[in-house]
Design a protein around this ligand. Sequence first.
Ligand code: BGC
Length: 499
Amino acid sequence: MNYIRVVVFSIVICGSWSIEQLKFPPSFMFGAASAAYQVEGGWNASDKGISMWDKFLHDRPELVADRNNGDVACDSYHLWRRDIQMCEELGLNMYRFSISWPRLLPSGYPNYISEDGKNYYNNLIDGLLEKGIQPLVTIYHFDLPLSLQDLGGWANPLVADWFADYAEVVFSLYADRVKYWLTLNEPYIQCDGGYGTEAAPFLQDAMLGRYLCNKNVLLAHAKAYRLYEELYRDKYHGKVSLSTLFFWFKPSAPEDQEVTDLTIDHWQGRYAHAIFSKEGGWPRKLQKLLNDNAKKEGYSHPRLPPFTPEEIELVRGTFDFYALNHYTTRRVRRVRLGEPPGKWFFDGSDELNTIMFKDPTWPNTSIHWFALYPQGLREQLNWLNSTYDVKEIIITENGVPSLDPGLVDTQRIEYYRSYLEQVLLAINDGINVTGYTAWTLMDNFEWLSGYIAKFGLYAVDFSQPNRTRTPRESARCYSSVIRTRMIHPTQDSTKLNYV
Ligand code: BGC
């Protein structure tokens, strides 16, 4: 978008908007994000336990596009100093990474804490803080210890206590230095993907498993949050939340608004309403619809396992900020007579009788599920702000994939420019967005897309033993936004619009 369009757009949307207002506030935290299994490697280093991802991808390499896995990944387990250096080169205020549960607790339980695991994260945290970079720590990003998966994993109600025990160890080791915490990353992918075909444990139990997991992750998060509240909040003054992945959804036509609202609740409300709404519990309309579906299909139990009143109270209000992972937007419509619902089976279309699709007017990316609609981010931030009682929002993932390993990543530059512009507009709408961690610091193991899909600000050469990291053009652009706190509109968005 060129300068004139920015100004015109700003005038239309926000009234008069001087160039000064295009600045991010001085306290705004710019960051980048990663996750343990995707970058660390060292899958059997020292006394690390085995995670379910280790096991599933060793046994079934065909699940991954390039038949690869995270055994070595970016080798951050050994190259963490270089990772910190990259954060410094970019001028980041914050770095989001996750802790590997089996690295810290090889058995899955707190009976034994790995000394090497503990030190690895100590080094990373201390190294970041030395450079003035805030660590934002995700306690769990998909890599459950296999020992716990063997006992039913996230479908076993005991998992909430197993997780709280693990979180307690993490807080006891690092809460003196870490001020921003995410208990869990994207429970939607964890449950709907994990009890589908998209993520470990690949159990394909969409009718029961994903909903059992859904309730258990809410309880796990709440127990960890309460623990922090009770034992660490007064001492360390940190903030705790969980990150939710949330595609934004727009109706295909005005008559599809109702089904779009249900879709939002299916993706988002199932993981957010219990925590962030005033009333707590499941989103009512969706709960009724899913339970009616279960009845019609002859199940004797409701799809969404009921909460007891005590559980509702345990979970309600367990947040200090909202953590949003936003990538893209979809249109939604009801199926037409005789038409089957959408095929992407964990997206809720099966339950809601809908079709979701990319609007044909939105630019495409090289990845099939991903279209560009930057305004969706601002619309979603406004929706969050008016739907839940959130006082602060941090965008904990946002980024775009490509298949091109090269360093000139024009589409990524435009993606960050246009999405960050929407963040600025949302701040200008009065929404308290206080931080943004770009996904991702460097190319890494992109789950079932292996090393084929690239999201990195830095390119990684996976053929080299030292996994050489080289900044892309987008890294230079992002670092100039951080330095100047500004997006500089120009005629040609690929050139120097970041100074
Ligand atoms: C996950 C990341 C993933 C990214 C891009 C998010 O769903 O948290 O682990 O790499 O999206 O697909």
